[in-house]
Ligand binder design. Sequence first.
Ligand code: ADP
Ligand code: MG
Length: 357
Amino acid sequence: MFALVHNDRHYYERIAKQVEGIFTVQQVYSLSELQRLGGLEGIFADARLVAAIRERMPGVPVMVIEEPFAVSEAMRWWDSVQKPQAAPTSPFLTSVGFTPVTMPQIERTGGRRGKVILFVSPKGGSGRTTLCAHMAAFGAAQGKRVVYIDADDDKGDTAAKFGLETEYTDYRGWRGHTFEAAIADGLAITPQEFTGLSVVPGPKVVSGSAVGNLGEDAAFLANLAAQYADMVLIDTVQGWNPMQIQLLPLVGHIVIVVAPKAGQEENTQLMISKLVYTQLPSTQISVLINHPDGRFDWKTYEHIVSPFAVTLSVPFDRAYKKKGGVKAKQIIRACGNWWKEQYGFPVKQATKLKWRR
Ligand SMILES: Nc1ncnc2c1ncn2[C@@H]1O[C@H](COP(=O)(O)OP(=O)(O)O)[C@@H](O)[C@H]1O
Ligand SMILES: [Mg+2]
């Protein structure tokens, strides 16, 4: 039952007629009378009375009656009262419904505004590290200041690609004030051959332990790095996890590395959906198809990644598989123009995408 609080009899009768069959209303003349009514669903009242009613009857929804009264308006009001408020859409929510993680307080303190690119993939062994490391080496060789953060707590093997030793300081929990301090503290290392590059190796020293705060640590470092470098590349663990979600607010671009092997269709589909749900504009997401050494169904994969444009198709470099490093000719040839674009170098002609072989 609804109460209609008003002291004009004619007015009451007119409204009662209008809402007939939709709301059951009881006319009430005074606030004390209103308080005596039990089991009220809602109250219609004159604007001047609303504050007093809300104070006396907390928890009962009140609709302000305005002239001319429209029953459709009342129905809309009642609808909105009954429906739970829709959750605000957030880029940090994903389709699988896990609660958004607490964000670290990230403050940009000025200086440079390096671009931050996140490398992700549905599956381990897709080529994230290979493509990310090649891109880092390319930029550094062309005179850019590049930071590579290996935030893969599972198989962080970046260091090996640059000929660095693989056991380093565990950077989790480090809270310095500048990226220069990270270099001085040994968290970031410059490979001999690439003076413009700083590599933060993966925290492999704690292999096997649950690395819950790695996202926060990587975000902290990436934020400092963005003020120091032109380009910050973050290599992350397979899948789309709270860690990547924590990094999202810093990220200007996401690269999804897809190695389209048979049997990985479902994984890839899931990853693509999660990226769609981040609500990032598709211009900030690139799909790199990294060809595995094996067969797969092109048509299926073409369809699966279709919410985003396939930016690049990278061939399998047979010679590279044995050699390692960051100098695979075929990879450089396939990615060069796209790298230039990302680093802001002039590109003579657009990359022609060879999507099919
Ligand atoms: N385009 C490619 N051509 C040849 N070998 C590749 C290519 N991409 C990746 N690989 C090889 O595949 C393996 C897995 O690649 P990696 O970059 O470590 O994957 P992820 O970082 O996604 O786990 C490595 O041995 C790497 O050398
Ligand atoms: Mg890797």
